[in-house]
Write a protein that binds this ligand. Structure first.
Ligand SMILES: Nc1ncnc2c1ncn2[C@@H]1O[C@H](COP(=O)(O)OP(=O)(O)OP(=O)(O)O)[C@@H](O)[C@H]1O
Ligand SMILES: [Mg+2]
Length: 619
């Protein structure tokens, strides 16, 4: 199974990123707004505002709602559910999930994406909705404020279901004339009519709409619960999940979805839709499960440490990830696992013009309170060498202070205790301060003396050592001296200024990389279910690598070269399966067929793979 995503090419049309609610304190209560039966913020009368402690469970919250509404007197908690829902004020539902009775709604709302500064009727909001258990079955969907709104949603769904067969082709393989032009025209026409997905046989092409698109709500999820065969319903990412799931159960083999596309084309967004549908498939409904909750909380953590603003995407993943959702033989989720690849380390010490370092640095610097600023020796972004080489530090429409709160909540939900969080933020500050260590040449008598580098600002080394809980002398030695182990003796030599600077930068990259791996390890521990009775099982893997980039006149970094190679390799896999193997099969079966010409990238891939042919010269 493959999935390919294509960008709409809307350069400069960046999505607004997450925004936030207020800081929380363990001792305080938190306000939770619950919408009664519907998601319509215009009906304020239908909203209950409750002051609850952060450890208040869903069940307790439902109890409080029942106690506060005279018309619900005498009703049982068991008959009601609380849903977290994302939708626009006009009633278009984007996503919906039922909370487990033991879940903490305060923790759930703390990691919701925040509203942008400018809010209009098309801006999706997260809400809690309170419903009777029998509600869905009786109405077949979500009830909205007015009949008018309800009919407009149904019209959207009807338009989605009745896609023209003769003009726009839902599967590009059915195009009567297959050329690059007809293919692009077809995609363009479908996109203009609101159909962002198109198949090419078993591959799904997604054209990024760069706006709220209400096609991931439970109505669509339910449609694709039993589709089983691609093409029986209009193209959709849920159909890919559905086919994978049923194939896994039918042929009893692990499945994999490969997502590729250039940076900003929507790979991570598609991964999230796939994941949420794959998990809800095993529940046969849009209910939550602990794996999904942990994955939901893990998202903001991985994003803060592994995503950054780039020229093409203001929330670009700078690492590849392979998410495995594990299933028991009976199709129930038994846990998940995240593997990461190739974190872009060069970004930690240097960013291209118009790009930023990893989000977490800015979140910490903006979000830390006075006490934390002192504890972590924090400065302003402009005062750090690793941040001040480029503008901008500030991202329009994003409140970094609130993002820091959201990150801390997400970290707590994944299981990072307060002490571990402090250690992590201490390390983040240490990485930044490392960049501020400067060297001078000190002329001394003796061999090579004029090349020796000495630290100019030892007080900064002191701070870094303090944050990393190591001895200052040890750190000083590591930053200025190298050891050569000879046959009979060990020689210690002082670095030149440029060598020492490189060592400092390498240390910063290495520390950050180790920290990121540690965070992933902890997330995996939280995702691991201690259910050893599960016995044999399978997994569905989703590969979301970071996108191909060609920076043109500037030099691609070594890391970008590696990721571009990974993308070429995927393309070669795609070519083999879609063209080469398929055409060979036709030939074998004697089907009359004119071979399709395609750009074969084998030579490019081999250039990197064959050791004798590929040599990089490092300067
Ligand atoms: N299906 C979708 N519906 C609505 N918006 C989308 C969709 N897919 C992507 N987007 C928008 O496009 C933006 C970029 O998408 P995303 O971060 O998933 O790209 P990416 O391919 O993972 O990029 P990178 O390789 O840089 O990580 C998202 O923040 C989102 O606003
Ligand atoms: Mg991404």
């Amino acid at each position: 199974m493959s999935f390919d995503s294509i960008s709409a090419g809307a350069t400069g049309c960046f999505p607004r990123r997450a925004h936030t609610i207020n800081a929380t304190d363990d001792a305080h209560t938190h306000t939770v707004a619950v919408y009664m039966h519907s998601f319509n913020p215009d009906c304020e009368n239908d909203t209950v505002h409750l002051e609850v402690h952060k450890r208040c469970t869903t069940e307790e919250l439902i109890e409080k709602v029942l106690a506060g509404r005279a018309e619900l007197e005498g009703q049982s908690v068991q008959d009601f559910d609380l849903f977290e829902m994302m939708g626009t004020p006009d009633g278009q539902t984007y996503k919906e999930r039922r909370l487990d009775p033991g879940e903490y709604p305060v923790a759930v709302q703390a990691i919701w994406s925040r509203l942008p500064v400018v809010v209009d009727s098309a801006t999706p909001k997260n809400r809690f909705v309170f419903r009777h258990r029998g509600y869905r079955a009786a109405t077949g969907g979500t009830r909205f404020g007015s009949a008018e709104v309800a009919s407009s949603i149904d019209a959207f769904l009807t338009k989605f279901l009745v896609q023209p067969q003769d003009r726009e082709y839902a599967d590009l393989c059915m195009l009567p004339e297959l050329t690059e032009q007809t293919l692009l025209d077809n995609l363009r026409e479908r996109f203009a009519n609101g159909h962002i997905y198109t198949y090419i046989g078993p591959i799904l092409v997604a054209v990024n709409p760069f706006c709220f698109f209400p096609i991931y709500n439970p109505k669509y999820a339910r449609l694709y619960f039993q589709s089983k065969r691609l093409g029986s319903l209009p193209p959709h990412i849920f159909a890919i999940a559905d086919v994978c799931y049923h194939n896994m159960l039918r042929i009893k083999e692990n499945q994999c979805v490969v997502i590729s596309g250039e940076s900003g084309s929507g790979k991570t967004e598609s991964t999230n839709h796939l994941m949420s549908h794959l998990i809800s498939l095993s529940q046969k409904g849009s209910t939550g499960c602990s794996t999904e909750q942990t994955l939901l909380s893990a998202g903001p953590v991985l994003e803060a440490f592994g995503n950054a603003v780039t020229l093409t995407n203001n929330n670009s993943s700078r690492f590849g990830k392979f998410i495995k959702i594990n299933y028991r033989e009976n199709g129930m989720v038994s846990g998940a696992n995240v593997e990461i690849y190739l974190l872009e380390k060069s970004r930690i010490i240097f960013q291209t013009k118009g790009e930023r370092n990893y989000h977490v640095f800015y979140y910490l610097l903006e979000g830390a309170d006075e006490e934390e600023r002192k504890k972590y020796f924090l400065l302003k972004p402009n005062d750090y060498k690793y941040l001040n080489q480029n503008e901008p530090f500030v991202l329009e429409g994003v409140n970094e202070r609130n993002e820091f709160d959201r990150l801390r909540h997400a970290m707590s939900s994944v299981g990072f205790c307060a002490k571990t969080q402090q250690t992590i933020f201490g390390i983040i500050s240490a990485v930044l301060l490392l960049g501020n260590i400067t060297y001078i040449k000190v002329s001394r008598h003796g061999y090579h003396s004029d090349e020796s580098g000495y630290i100019e600002n030892e007080e900064v080394v002191d701070l870094v050592a303090n944050l990393l809980h190591i001895r200052t002398e040890t750190l000083m030695q590591a930053l200025t001296m190298k050891r050569h182990v000879m046959k009979t003796e060990t020689v210690v030599l002082r670095y030149s200024v440029s060598e020492a600077t490189n060592t400092r930068d390498a240390m910063a990259k290495c520390i950050y990389n180790s920290l990121f791996h540690y965070i992933v390890l902890r997330i995996n521990q939280a995702l691991l279910k201690k259910d050893f009775s599960a016995g044999k099982g399978y997994y569905i893997g989703i590969l979301d690598i970071f996108g191909f980039e060609d920076v043109g006149a500037q030099c691609n970094s070594f890391e970008q070269l590696c990721i571009n190679y990974a993308n070429e390799k995927l393309q070669s896999y795609f070519n083999q399966h879609i063209f080469q193997f398929e055409q060979e099969e036709y030939l074998k079966e004697g089907i009359s067929w004119t071979n399709i010409e395609y750009t074969d990238n084998t030579e490019c891939v081999q250039l990197f793979q064959v050791r004798e042919e590929f040599q990089i010269h490092f300067h």
